[in-house]
Write a protein of this length. Structure first.
Length: 380
């Protein structure tokens, strides 16, 4: 393991709590390992070589033309091996937040049971499909959820907590909505006094989560990290979790669904919030972040989009937020079990039964039953 690193961060596609923004489908948070001298030299070289008039590297502007994309590509090649990126499909991220704040309050006493079964991914992926393909009803639910998390105003939750049935609603979305309606009390108790207040104003923003995840990955390679981030309202509101990592030399991991992920790292000092105009490493990170938002947009098919897509596996960290439709493939045993679990949770909610009592045994039993008698037989 190497001793220490200066790491520079910036984002592309930031819309704060507005994850349904139609012009910005993806959020990318990028990092580069460098130092002031190297970063300044590379930025000045790129500005001079590609005749960048603003005197500052702005990835969002550069990706709009071929010369700018060529400039970004040179940065990526120069920084090869020293880049890590978190990138998220915002609609899927919103679906994940929906599970976290609508389902988890009622399941939190044994939430790992559901996470290890990928139940959260089953629900989130269903919601994502509904949001992207079903139209009005799903969109209304998500808009109400977004408004709640931004404002903390529970009075506006017309669609989410309405008991009215819509004839166009899909059976699985109806189950999810039924769960929300019948567990309203625990949801409200969990969010009251948090949503829309202080750091809670940024609860749907992806900046803090992305920064933490990237730092944890760099912590596997370096003993000590110094982080420089472009000024950010979400980071400015809440650095408590990062401050806890200052001088933290422990190495801890969490295991979810068979994957071990680092949850600690050692910061030399608190996060440095800087102005990108004077922080050359942040300008490099800005260019990288813009490149991967550009690459993830399927409408971009030029040589640079194709090239950057080819290195996604090398630079994009585990924990980036994209839908995996295997989690709703009903031919899979795990998916069939999660569908039955959703129905059981709704049934228990209707009957005012404990949602968690005996649930491990129920899930194990249903897995055994469905192994012997699957809903749909998987094709060989």
């Amino acid at each position: 393991m190497k001793s220490e690193a200066n790491i520079y961060f910036d984002e592309s596609g930031f819309t704060g709590n507005k994850l349904l923004d139609k012009q910005q489908k993806y959020f990318s948070y990028a990092s580069v390992v460098s130092d002031d001298i190297e970063a300044k030299g590379l930025v000045e070289h790129i500005i001079s070589k590609y005749k960048i008039q603003s005197g500052e590297i702005k990835g969002g502007s550069l990706v709009k033309n071929r010369k700018g994309r060529r400039a970004i590509d040179e940065i990526i090649k120069t920084m090869s091996g020293r880049i890590k990126v978190s990138i998220s499909d915002k609609k899927y991220a919103l679906a994940g937040k929906f599970f976290e704040y609508i389902f988890e309050p009622s399941l939190q006493r044994n939430s790992m049971l559901f996470y290890n079964a990928n139940f959260h991914k089953f629900v989130s992926t269903i919601l994502y499909v509904e949001l992207t393909s079903r139209g009005a009803m799903a969109e209304e639910i998500f808009e109400d959820f977004e408004n709640l998390m931004r404002s903390g105003d529970f009075g506006g939750l017309k669609a989410l907590f309405s008991a009215t049935k819509n004839p166009d609603i899909s059976p699985v979305l109806e189950l999810i909505l039924d769960f929300a309606v019948m567990n309203k009390k625990s949801i409200v108790e969990e969010l009251e006094g948090y949503a829309g207040e202080g750091a809670g104003k940024w609860v749907l923003d992806l900046t803090n989560t992305a920064l933490f995840s990237i730092l944890a990955q760099w912590g596997l390679e370096y003993d000590e990290l110094t982080a420089y981030c472009d000024n950010s309202k979400p980071l400015d509101h809440d650095q408590e979790l990062f401050n806890a990592m200052v001088g933290n030399t422990s190495k801890k991991f969490t295991s979810v669904a068979g994957f071990d992920s680092p949850i600690t790292f050692n910061l030399k000092e608190p996060i440095n919030l800087v102005d990108s105009k004077n922080a050359y490493g942040v300008q490099l990170a800005d260019a990288v972040a813009a490149a991967f938002v550009y690459a993830c947009d399927s409408k971009n098919q030029d040589e640079y989009a194709t090239k950057w897509r080819s290195i996604i596996e090398d630079v994009v960290i585990y924990g980036s937020v994209f839908p995996d439709f295997d989690h709703i493939d009903l031919s899979r045993l795990e998916v069939q079990t999660n569908f039955v679990v959703l129905k059981e949770l709704v049934a228990r909610s209707k009957n005012k039964q404990c949602l968690l009592e005996g649930m491990p045994d129920f899930m194990a039993y249903m897995t055994h039953v469905l192994q012997a008698n699957p809903m749909i037989k998987r094709k060989a």
